[in-house]
Design a protein around this ligand. Sequence first.
Ligand SMILES: Cc1cc2nc3c(=O)[nH]c(=O)nc-3n(C[C@H](O)[C@H](O)[C@H](O)COP(=O)(O)OP(=O)(O)OC[C@H]3O[C@@H](n4cnc5c(N)ncnc54)[C@H](O)[C@@H]3O)c2cc1C
Length: 294
Amino acid sequence: MIPAPFEYARPTSVDEALGLLAGSDDAKVIAGGQSLLPVLRMRLNAPELVVDIGRIPALHGIRDVAGGGAVAGGGGAIEIGAMTPYHELLASDEIRTELGLLHDAVASVGDPQIRHRGTLGGSLAHADPAGDCGAVALALEAEMVIAGPAGERVVPAADFFQDLFTTAVGEDELLVAVRFPVHPGWGSRYEKFVRTAQQWPIVAVGACVHMADGKTISAARIGLTNMGPTPLRARAVEEALVGVEPTAQAVGAACAAVADGTSPPSDLNGDADYRRHLATVLARRAVLAAAGAA
Ligand SMILES: Cc1cc2nc3c(=O)[nH]c(=O)nc-3n(C[C@H](O)[C@H](O)[C@H](O)COP(=O)(O)OP(=O)(O)OC[C@H]3O[C@@H](n4cnc5c(N)ncnc54)[C@H](O)[C@@H]3O)c2cc1C
């Protein structure tokens, strides 16, 4: 279907974009368009103004943040502009070596066309619970940099995802960048279960693991994809993994409760109980692989 008519603007600065958003009661930001265009074409949304943020240089690129700023960890942080497309992340040696979890998750998104157009910021702002980047942002304890009429604010990933397709970004705001703390010495793995190639995840689990003495797990971070209306963090399992040897039995026991408190959907790909089972299997695999890579 053809979208309903709309006005189109292509600002060249964040301030200009914010001015356009402030001046309209019914504006929508477009980034890579991979999620928004289908919505417009199906006429599930018909904004009067579409603000294309693709030509704003400040929203592009990958840069080091010395000292990590407000981001915890002490290993510094990498800031990624919201308009940075997936393929640029995949081509970056720094992302591959320092943010392996993000690299693995992004490599699994859609197909090459989607990865050339789709952006990290668009994926996070869209907040589809089946999107691969949300659980990764939680597990890596990312921070979202949001610009609005009152200036910039920084929101931890844990407070960013508020409900189905709903984030902390207001109607008159823009997600401008995402800061990922670097965790030196941690291993990671993204385990995604799909029925066919290039599919959205039925369930996925992202794990980061630190092995203090090389024998037992000293810290773990686990993010869950498609196990509720928002990406989730499995904090009880993270605690249960501390002090555990990375054997299939011990890690499996610690991960057995990973689906507790989740509310996964039921659909043609599987019902909620199937997804709960999948989450325990994928969590065990992800943690074991991350521990091996640490
Ligand atoms: C066939 C197909 C397969 C796919 N498979 C996967 C998959 O396996 N895994 C996966 O994770 N995703 C998948 N996707 C989705 C893809 O990752 C999208 O690119 C992503 O969800 C949205 O990014 P975008 O840059 O295209 O955003 P857009 O579609 O342009 O925007 C999405 C939403 O975010 C808002 N927005 C965008 N950028 C900003 C910003 N900077 N500030 C504020 N609001 C903003 C827009 O207003 C809109 O509401 C798939 C998509 C398609 C079409």
